[in-house]
Ligand binder design. Structure first.
Ligand code: MN
Length: 287
């Protein structure tokens, strides 16, 4: 009856299977998946099919790559050259898989055991309660007839600072950016998207979001789980905040944190043969 929180899989299906074998994952256990289930890695289709097949045994939050996949599906974004999403988009069960994906959450909370998980983190200017409400705003739109319109308006870095009176697509875009793209943040909650991700790369006035004092100090005992930031290599400088993305897709490793005793399990990335890009695909992507 263990619960394992697993960082960004990004289509590294073979490593996921190796990790589940390592922890002796069984029918009684639960997985928390920190988002970016797909893209860049070689087996995004197999990863989605597998996680969907787990039913209630897997609680997934959506990451920026998962939202991008949905945006491409809805015709709101072109396929990017670096995407490895074609296997899903061309699959006979694409519609089923993506209708499952868009029902996944932006935030998972276990208030009994005091764990909360989103893909990128929890902005220091929001309480957990408010974060849950704001995640719900996105979840509702994704699972509605407004989904296509949401994806048409999702991309962009502005506005970059929270204000409770934000409305419409700007509000939803900023909530999405906080929960799925945030790394560096100012004390006022202003997001920076220019830095590359190493801990010393932030512009003046910005810090990693988890280093900033949280507004609601009564929540200091809650443990925050997040993925998205492979350059951290699984370490934060903050107590009770756990980085799960250990860069498997970049050749590092895939990591699971057992929530019951905070034991860490990792499995190394399996080296990939260099991909040969057919000329026709290459030309298509240039357009
Ligand atoms: Mn991400």
């Amino acid at each position: 009856m263990a619960t394992y929180a697993i960082g960004d899989i990004q289509g590294c299906f073979d490593e996921l299977q190796a990790l589940l074998q390592l922890v002796e994952f069984s029918d009684d256990d639960t997985l928390w998946i920190a988002g970016d289930l797909v893209n860049r890695g070689p087996k995004s289709l197999e990863t989605l099919r597998y996680l969907k097949s787990l039913g209630d045994q897997a609680l997934c939050v959506l990451g920026n790559h998962d939202l991008h996949l949905l945006a491409v599906y809805f015709g709101s974004s072109p396929r990017k050259r670096s995407d490895t999403l074609n296997s899903i988009l061309d699959a006979p069960d694409c519609e089923e898989l993506l209708s499952w994906l868009r029902k996944q959450k932006l935030l998972v909370l276990d208030s009994t055991n005091q764990f909360v998980m989103t893909h990128a983190g929890i902005p220091p200017c929001w309480s957990i309660k408010k974060t849950k409400k704001r995640a719900k705003e996105i979840e509702k739109v994704l699972d509605s007839t407004l989904a296509k319109e949401f994806f048409d308006h999702m991309y962009g870095n502005q506005p970059d600072t929270w204000s409770a009176d934000l409305e419409g697509w700007e509000r939803l875009r900023l909530i999405t950016n906080y929960l799925t793209r945030m790394r560096f943040c100012s004390a006022e909650g202003k997001l920076d998207f220019s830095a590359k991700g190493t801990l010393d790369s932030q512009p003046d006035g910005y810090r990693p979001w988890f280093e900033l004092p949280r507004k609601d100090i009564s929540e200091n005992n809650i443990r925050i789980l997040f993925g998205h930031w492979a350059a951290l290599e699984g370490a934060t400088t903050a107590e009770n905040i756990y980085a799960l993305d250990t860069g498997c897709v970049w050749g590092n490793k895939l990591t699971a944190l057992r929530l019951d005793d905070l034991k860490i399990f990792s499995t190394p990335a399996i080296p990939q043969k260099p991909a040969v890009t057919p000329i026709s695909t290459h030309l298509f992507n240039q357009q």
